[in-house]
Structures are given as C-alpha cells and as structure tokens.
Design a protein around this ligand. Structure first.
Ligand code: CTP
Ligand code: MG
Ligand code: K
Length: 181
C-alpha cells in the first residue's frame, strides 16, 4: 500500500470510532452513568460520563459507519483504491468500543485521584483505540483482518493522538468543551 492510501484507509476505517467521543460532548448532560455513586471515596465514573452522551456517541458512530458504507464504492472509484465498508458488527465494535474505552479511562482516572476533566496524557488520546480495536477484532474477525493491516494500525497509533489533540483544541475554542484535551 502506498503511504497516502494507508493514511486514507486508517482515517476512514477509524471514523466510526473517532466520532463518538466528539458527539458525546454535544449530546452530554443529564444523569451520570454511575448515578452519583462513589467507590473508595471517589466517584465511580464522574459527571462527565452520562447516559445521553454515551447513547448519542454510539448512535452517531453507527450512523457514520452506515454513511461511509454507502459512500465507499464511489469514493473508492474516485481515489483509485478500495475503501472499507462496515458490517453491522464492525460498526458496533468501533463505536461501542470507543465509548467503552472512554468510560474505562474515566474509571481509571477516578481510581488514580484525577477529578473530572483532569488530564491523563496518553490515556486521553488512545483509550478508545485500545478498546475499540480488540472489540472489533473479536466481533468482526474476518472484516478486521482485511482492513487492519500492520501498516494501518501503525498509522492509527500515530494519527489518532494528533487528531485527538487538534479536535479537542477546536472544540475548546468553540466553547463546546471545558478543557482543551
Ligand atoms: N460526555 C458524556 N458522556 C460520555 C462521554 C462524554 O456525557 N460517555 C460529555 C460530558 O459532558 C463530558 C464531555 O462530553 O464532560 C467531555 O468528555 P470527556 O473529556 O471524556 O469527559 P470529562 O468531562 O473530561 O470527564 P473525565 O475526566 O471523566 O474524562
Ligand atoms: Mg476530558
Ligand atoms: K476522554
């Protein structure tokens, strides 16, 4: 695969996992998932993980997977290489895994004494990759093997933190997010 093709495939295949975190910011609010409960004197997850944000994030990720699946043939023709379409299980693995990774990261943040919104370098940028990839590999094994080649995974690990930092700074400047991370 040419480098540009690898980058395009990595971005396309990860969009259903990238969208949920950003959509959750827009949908967030209302009751927190942990219902305000504490564990060891700290919130289980905190007020930053809500039912509405999580549901809105997952549904947005699934919708993007559906849209990309419709677009894959024509965009693939235009650029001259194959782009991934998403099976339902692949979409669930990517979008659901991204939200699950974010929730597990908040759990880890609270256990390590970090309050809601605190920075957790490395974890903030890659939590959703670390969960969505294995979950997708589990739920849609053949599909995963087709698209997540070693080169694509390497590009994802490099590209994701860059995109994460960029989108969060933009969301902060637009007043959508409380912190620029
Ligand atoms: N959000 C949500 N539900 C989620 C994820 C995010 O409602 N599952 C919303 C919340 O309004 C949250 C905002 O999106 O405050 C930003 O998300 P994030 O940075 O992940 O949450 P934080 O507020 O920083 O909380 P934490 O420290 O637990 O990550
Ligand atoms: Mg945050
Ligand atoms: K987060």
């Amino acid at each position: 695969m040419a480098v540009l093709e690898t980058i395009a495939v990595a971005f396309w295949v990860m969009l259903p996992a990238y969208i949920p975190n950003n959509a959750a910011v827009l949908f967030g609010g209302g009751p927190p998932i942990d219902g305000g409960r504490e564990w060891g004197g700290k919130r289980v997850l905190g007020d930053g993980k809500t039912w509405r944000g999580t549901a809105g994030g997952i549904v947005s990720g699934l919708a993007v997977a559906g849209l990309l699946t419709l677009l894959a043939p024509s965009v693939g023709d235009a650029v001259g290489f194959d782009l991934p379409d998403f099976t339902p299980l692949a979409a669930v693995g990517l979008a659901g895994g991204a939200m699950l990774g974010d929730i597990l990261a908040s759990f880890a943040k609270r256990r390590t004494g970090r309050d809601r919104g605190a920075m957790f370098p490395g974890v903030d940028q890659l939590d959703f990759v670390v969960v969505s990839l294995p979950l997708t590999a589990l739920l849609a094994t053949d599909w995963f093997r087709t698209w997540f080649t070693l080169e694509v995974i390497i590009v994802i690990v490099i590209l994701t933190p860059i995109l994460h930092v960029t989108t969060n700074v933009i969301a902060y400047k637009l007043g959508l997010k409380n912190e620029p991370w």
